[in-house]
Design a protein around this ligand. Sequence first.
Ligand code: PEP
Length: 256
Amino acid sequence: MKNRKPLMAANWKMNLSLDEARDLLAGIKGAAIDFDKVDVLVAPPFTTLQLARELLSGTDVFIAGQNMHWEAKGAFTGEISPLMLKEAGCTHVILGHSERRALFLETSETVNQKVEASIEAGLTPIVCIGETLEEREEEKTFDIIGAQLRESLKSKCQQGKLPEGLIMAYEPVWAIGTGKTATPEQAQEAHLFVRRWLKENVGHDTGEAIRILYGGSVRPENIKELMSQPDIDGALIGGASLRADSFLSIIRFYEG
Ligand code: PEP
């Protein structure tokens, strides 16, 4: 029996116009969701955060940024600070998504700086890790995610200040947006590795408390089986979070 409350987190990426976002947010707001059973979060593009804040006010749905800079302010054209995310209504921030690592050359070192800055600013980081197909085929999965954990969480681990509220997301790169999901057993094996690493490096209780989300082609059809695994505590959902019907049926996995 897991003591960790499941979290279903929607990563909209660079999708949805304001009108489309309004419809989706209204669908989420109007839905019967048992918030005692599940936490729900949406991560819209920056320009939609304000709208999300307005439309979701009075609900228990959390709002996250999809990225941020580690500095508080300054000459960083195109970037956004932790405080700006907070002012826009965010409680969480996604850090180190594989698309940012692959397309925008983000490294575990910069993710570490962002993790530190987000915690200092009072935002909860959702820290993404995961191996590519090539790395899995070369049987390097655990080396890769071990190194990503070590480097991305470095400063807070060294200070002994990694909060229990921090959230990890294991997202095998080969499963993101491809329709290929890791089998529940493959996902559980990686989640167990992450859990053990956390227990060894930040302490048993913190490692037990930290939620580890699975991401990679999560759909209404596969969520129940994934959630039945002992170390899978929720999902980070891309494509299937862009429609109210599929996102809501993932959120309500607990009904079946
Ligand atoms: C993601 O972007 O984090 C993701 C898992 O995307 P998808 O669900 O579309 O695979």
